[in-house]
Every structure is written in C-alpha cells, then in structure tokens.
Design a protein around this ligand. Structure first.
Ligand code: FAD
Length: 476
C-alpha cells in the first residue's frame, strides 16, 4: 500500500545540471516511479556540462572527460545505451607535462611527471631521482619520504600544503604537487582540506607510514605496476561527440518518460504541514518531495525560511571561479610535439595560466586535420582577479604563456572564452565536519535532498551519485 501511494507523489528537482538529471533518472527506475518535474533557470539542461561545435572543432565548455573506474558514470552510460559512443584518451597522450623553470625565469622546459608519481604519492623513486623537475636536494627529500614519521594529531584536519610539505618537502610541493592539484581543485592549497579532498592519501600515511610505500602497494593491487604518472589518464573516458552526448541521452530518457521541464528561476521553498511549495517568479508548484541540485550558495537562499540552520551552514561553503579559454591553431604554428594530455604550470613559475589540455592530442575529432585545439585554464582561488579582466585581456595573457611554453608563433583561428564564476566549490579546512552538520539539518526536513558538487566530490561520477542519493532520501 505504501508503495502504491508513492506513485502518486510529485517530486520536484530544482536545477537541471548533472546532479538534478541523475536524481530524475534514479526516480524513473523505481518500481512505481513518482511524477517528476525539473525546474531549471537557464534555457538548456546540463548545467556546466556543454559541448559546442564550430565547424570541425569540438569544444568542451567545462568537463571534457570522467573517471571510469568509479561505477556511477559508466553504469549510467550503459543504462542510457551510449556505451559505443565512449572513447578513451589516446595511448600516446597518457601523460602530463610540467613547466620547469629556474626561479620563475622566462625560459624553461616542459618535462614529464616522473613515472609512478600519482597526484601526491611517489610510487617509484628511481624515475623521480632521474627527473630534472626538482633540484638534487629536492629529489633526495622526496626519496626520504618513507622515513618521515606519521602525524600524531591524525584527527585534526590538515591542509594539502601542510601535508605535502611535511611529507615530501617544500620544493616537491611548489614544483610538482601544487600544479597537479590546482588543475583539479582550482583551490588555495593552504586552505584545501586533506580529509575532504584527498582522504586516500591521508589513509596511506596512517596505514603504511609513507606515501611511497602506500602507493606501491596500491598500484600492485590495482594492476601489478606503478608506471602511470600524474592523473591516471588510462582511466578517463569521454564521448566521440563530446560530453554533451551524456546530457542529450539523459534528457531524451527523461522527456520520453514524461518528466516535465519548467524553465523558471526558483526563489524559495516553503513548507506547510504536508507538502512543499516551490516558489517561482509568478507561480508556485506543490510537491511531496524536493531535491536541490543547485550550487550550495543558491540552495542556502532557497532554504533560509524552512531551515535557517541549514542555510547558515550552506553559506559557509566557498566557491572559486575560473575561465576556460579554448584556442585552435594551425599545427605549424606550434613548435612543441604536444604528445601529452596537457601541461600544468606551477604557481612559482610566475605565469598566468594554471594548465592547458591538449584536446586534439587527447581525443580524436576535436580539431580539423592539420590543426590543434588547446584548452587553457586561468583563474582559480589564487587568482580571482581574472573576473575584472575583459575577454580580450584574458586571451592575451593566455597567448603570452603559450608562446613561452609550447612555442606558439601564430594567431588562433578560433577562440572561445567560457567563464565559470563561482562554479568551483572549495573543500576548505573543516569541510567534512560542515557536511556532517549539513546532512543532519537536511535529515530534519521531510522528503528533502541536497545534491551536487559542493558536498562529497566534484567529479562527474560523484555528482551522479549525489543526485541518486538525494532522490533516494526524498522517497524513502
Ligand atoms: C570548468 C570546469 C571543468 C570541469 N572538468 C571536469 C572534468 O573534466 N571531469 C569531471 O569529472 N568533472 C569536471 N568538472 C566538475 C563537474 O562538471 C561538475 O561538478 C558537475 O557537472 C556539477 O553538476 P551540478 O549538477 O552539481 O551543478 P551545475 O552543473 O552547476 O548545475 C546546477 C543547475 O542549477 C541551475 N540553477 C541555479 N540556480 C537555479 C534556480 N534558482 N532555479 C532553477 N535552477 C537553477 C543552473 O542553471 C544549473 O543548470 C568541471 C567543472 C568545471 C566548472
């Protein structure tokens, strides 16, 4: 009987990004699915994920791939019947390059991340000792990591910078880990919480007493070797026609199943004794349950009347912004071989860009023949001033850095600037505790769920999971 009642329920999902769409897809898979409405303020679904085509160029406005070893993304792709559209990173591009220069000087070179080094863990010491990224003393400091004692105050949250300097030394942090991590989190490493962002490496320290030992063990268990470097590029996938394939397939599945999409801006949520009221511009929608798949700061405003306590905690989550500048060039205008997934630039190098993805080396079908597509990232928590620059100024800064790093000597044939203002949640110190409080306050609201990248992971698989978990909370 309880289940029969549930199919008469009306669930409203606020925000049609990946989190909201994943919540809807989960609801439709239940034995007796409820009526589902998505309210999205913009004129398209997908949130930050969008692929645009300009002739033969295929440009990702934000995410360009996702991790396939976590099940949530791949399982969703299988359910949507788009597995044959998946592509993985070209084998010859499965490595990252790091800009290495002397004391921020103009000249320098792009060197591969040493084999076996994963984000902040050196799995193999010999390739590290052979690499010229660090000075001799910097390399020896890393080699001695296994002799650094465990931290005794293991329950106190520690910043990424403090953790890495303590275990690997200042030079390895400045020249290797800071750029690797800033490409993922666009965060201030002095504030980024190890417990929230990199719990796996904290566990390694506690379990094995050393990242070097821990990474060796992990790699041996995973595939018997410790040979990859930087990110695990072999484990990232995209789609032949870009990430938009995922959004289009999700949208088609939902619309075919009768999900209603309302284009409007949700202002607030109200609750009477038995129902929710979703307040829009000129109307309100009644619902038995609601999932908020909007950024945490927007969710804070929406719940300010129904739960001031939850609203206050949500407001404490900070966001940074960045711009993605995609540029297409004639292949002959770039002297570097571009045989990598991309390059990362240490803050100490004094350049403006954080990283660049060599999109046309990474995936087929991103640029016309004889041309290359390069996506650069600029901004982040340590460079919020880009918001005050015009697009032309941002492009000029990017071109200056590309000239000195990859030997660019021509003008772009296409340019696209995508600005992501306050779109990157910052998992700052205390984040894990804050999320506990948020989840406690959330549980006090009936048939209510929060989803999205602000809580328990920013990557695509984690965001899919957050939508599914919030949906399950709403109809439990
Ligand atoms: C530049 C960039 C690059 C990235 N690269 C990668 C990558 O390569 N791999 C990876 O795994 N992840 C990547 N990510 C992260 C991943 O893409 C995001 O975490 C994820 O897509 C966020 O989805 P979401 O649904 O939580 O939020 P969003 O996509 O922000 O969706 C929220 C939705 O809510 C809507 N909304 C907001 N306010 C209201 C309102 N008042 N009423 C109604 N609707 C509203 C918005 O319009 C939006 O559609 C990247 C993110 C960015 C920004």
């Amino acid at each position: 009987m309880a289940n029969r009642l549930k199919n008469k329920q009306h669930i409203v999902l606020i925000g049609g990004g990946l989190a909201g769409l994943s919540a809807a897809e989960w609801l439709l898979r239940q034995e007796l699915p409820p009526k589902v409405t998505i309210v999205e303020s913009s004129d398209r679904l997908g949130g930050v994920i969008e692929t645009v085509s300009q002739g033969e160029w295929l440009i990702e406005r934000s995410a360009d791939s996702f991790l396939s070893v976590r099940p949530e993304g791949i399982e969703l792709v299988e359910r949507l019947g788009i597995t044959k559209e998946l592509i993985s990173i070209n084998p010859e591009a499965r490595r990252a390059l790091i800009w290495s220069s002397q004391k921020g000087g103009e000249s320098g070179s792009l060197l591969p991340v040493p084999r076996g080094f994963r984000l902040l863990a050196p799995g193999r010491i010999i390739p590290f000792l052979r690499s010229n990224i660090l000075s001799c003393s910097g390399r020896l400091r890393v080699a001695g990591e296994r002799f650094i004692p465990r931290r005794s105050h293991k329950d106190l949250d520690e910043s990424l910078e403090s953790f890495v300097v303590r275990r690997l030394g200042q030079e390895a942090f400045d020249k290797l880990v800071q750029p690797l991590v800033s490409g993922i989190w666009t965060a201030d490493p002095k504030k980024l919480s190890m417990a929230a962002a990199c719990p796996e490496f904290l566990k390694m320290e506690q379990e094995w007493g050393s990242l070097t030992k821990g990474e060796k063990k992990r790699a041996a268990q995973a595939n018997g070797t410790c040979d990859s470097s930087g990110a695990r590029y072999g484990q990232f996938v995209s789609f032949k026609r870009g990430m938009q394939t995922l959004i289009d397939a999700l949208e088609a599945r939902l619309r075919n199943a009768g999900v209603l999409v309302v284009q409007d801006h949700v202002r607030s949520l109200q609750r009477d004794s038995s129902e929710w009221q979703v307040v829009l511009g000129n109307q309100s929608i009644r619902a038995n349950g609601v999932v908020l798949g909007v950024p945490a700061s927007t969710a804070a405003t929406m719940v300010s009347t129904v739960s001031p306590n939850l609203s206050a905690e949500l407001k404490k989550i900070e966001f940074s912004g960045a711009a993605v500048v995609s540029l297409g060039f004639d292949r002959r205008d770039v002297s570097h071989a571009l045989q990598a997934a991309g390059m990362i630039i240490p803050k100490v190098a004094g350049k403006r860009i954080l990283a660049a993805s060599f999109s046309s080396s990474k995936f087929p079908g991103r640029a016309p023949s004889g041309a290359v597509l390069i996506r650069t990232f600029i901004g982040g928590a340590l460079d919020m001033s880009i918001t005050s620059l015009t697009d032309e100024q941002v492009i000029e800064k990017v071109l200056v850095d590309l000239r000195t790093t990859i030997g660019l000597h021509g003008s772009p044939s296409i340019v696209q600037v995508d600005r992501w203002h306050r779109s990157m949640p910052q998992y700052n110190l205390g984040h894990v505790e804050r999320i506990k409080k948020i989840r406690q306050a959330e549980a006090k609201l009936p048939s209510f769920g929060l989803a999205g990248s602000a809580y328990e992971g920013v990557g695509i698989p984690q965001v899919i999971l957050s939508g599914q978990t919030a949906a399950a909370r709403v109809i439990k």
